[in-house]
Design a protein around this ligand. Structure first.
Ligand SMILES: C[S@@+](CC[C@H](N)C(=O)[O-])C[C@H]1O[C@@H](n2cnc3c(N)ncnc32)[C@H](O)[C@@H]1O
Length: 366
């Protein structure tokens, strides 16, 4: 993933995004209300087919191969070395779902939806499609019933190791996940970098900061700020290139290690974006306890996390919660649940800044 050496363009304010999401949700509910329930259920049953179709389009790079022109499935099949009729049937189903357009001449062209799968799209979703269609992700979802029976992550039950240990042993899957995560974070980074007043600090430590996507955006917007970026060694090896491309490597100290052992000590501010949602309460407390040990009293911690209430009815947010459950024993939480975790580990809940997806939840070391 290539990011520019200047800050990413600002996104619309969270209030506009939240209003847009509510309008879309209302339209979806209205559309559901006018369909017979059996029809709605039938559509639900094809969920895996849709995931596979999108992942197939990404794996075969169909959007990039088609570019600005129009191409037949036969022609694409020769290039991709796949079966022509099978590819036509898959692409016809994609087009029927709005992914690519099928012209009267039988050729496929890109549309707004399929262009999001192009490698060079500004907000490319290609890596997300590859990750959601990866064996490790689909295997975990296939274990949902077992997870519901046991209360434990299907991934670990199936593979005998956590998803993070699995990635260490499968570098290609780590790359797919890290790219998907980096892309998702790039979409949000401009909003998050403005959501919390980073300008009040000299140094921050991004714990589990991945490839440095958020850290680099925060640094570009705060020229006197420095960062300690901490994550697994294999992940930080990838971060170095991104930080150099964005021209901020000289303001970053890379601190490889596990947040179950220790995190760099003495920073004024610690950030953790989408870390706690990967873990159950016991392990979240362990991580928070280790972060707290590294902090001086009064130092601040910011959790960038989505919020989910007990009776939340947002479809994507409730599915994100289950995604965390089946893959890594994690969960999405409410403010009260974060308060409990913080208070159990030597913090008090500070300010909460509401974003459209992730919010900034401040903990103050006691
Ligand atoms: C969901 S990703 C979030 C990455 C980044 N904060 C972001 O939002 O783009 C979780 C991160 O936690 C890291 N991680 C998992 N287990 C870890 C551990 N024991 N110690 C340090 N980092 C770990 C992963 O490598 C990954 O980068």
């Amino acid at each position: 993933m290539k990011l520019p050496s200047s800050p990413l363009p600002d996104a619309p304010p969270p209030s506009v995004l939240v209003a847009a999401r509510k309008a879309i949700l209302a339209a979806q509910r209205a559309s559901r209300a006018i369909k017979p329930p059996e029809f709605v259920l039938w559509e639900m049953l094809f969920g895996i087919a849709r995931t596979e179709l999108v992942a197939l389009a990404a794996r075969l790079d169909l959007a990039d191969r088609i570019g600005d022109g129009a191409r037949s499935a036969n022609d694409l099949a020769v290039e991709c070395e796949v079966h022509a009729d099978a590819l036509f049937r898959a692409m016809r189903a994609m087009a029927a779902h709005g992914l690519f357009s099928l012209g009267d001449d039988g050729r496929f062209s890109n549309n707004a939806l399929s262009r999001t799968l192009s490698k060079d799209a500004k907000r490319s979703m290609r890596d997300a499609a590859l990750y959601f269609g990866s064996d490790s992700n689909l295997d975990a979802w296939r274990g949902l019933s077992a997870s519901v029976a046991s209360g434990e992550s299907a991934f670990a039950a199936r593979h005998g190791v956590s998803v993070w240990e699995w990635f260490e042993a499968h570098p290609e899957e780590l790359a797919t996940f890290a790219n998907a995560m980096g892309r998702a974070t790039a979409l949000e980074a401009p909003t998050l970098a403005k959501l919390y007043p980073f300008g009040d600090f000299q140094t921050f430590c991004d714990v589990g900061g991945g490839s440095g996507t958020l850290a680099s955006e925060v640094l570009l917007r705060n020229p006197s700020l420095r960062c300690v970026l901490s994550d697994a060694p294999s992940v930080l090896a990838r971060a170095r290139e991104l930080l150099a491309t964005r021209g901020v490597l000289d303001r970053v100290t890379l601190a490889p290690g596990s947040f179950f052992d220790e995190v760099p000590a003495g920073c004024e501010l610690y950030t953790m974006k989408n870390i706690l949602h990967d873990w159950d309460d016991a392990r979240s407390k362990k991580i928070l306890g280790i972060v707290r040990r590294a902090m001086n009293p009064g130092a601040k911690l910011v959790l960038f996390e989505g919020l989910l209430d007990r009776h939340d009815d947002r479809p994507e947010a409730t599915l994100a919660d289950l995604q965390m459950f089946v893959v890594c024993d994690g969960r999405e939480r409410s403010i009260d649940e974060f308060r409990v975790l913080l208070e159990a580990t030597g913090f008090r809940l500070g300010r909460v800044f509401r974003g459209a997806l992730n919010c900034a939840i401040e903990g103050i070391a006691q």
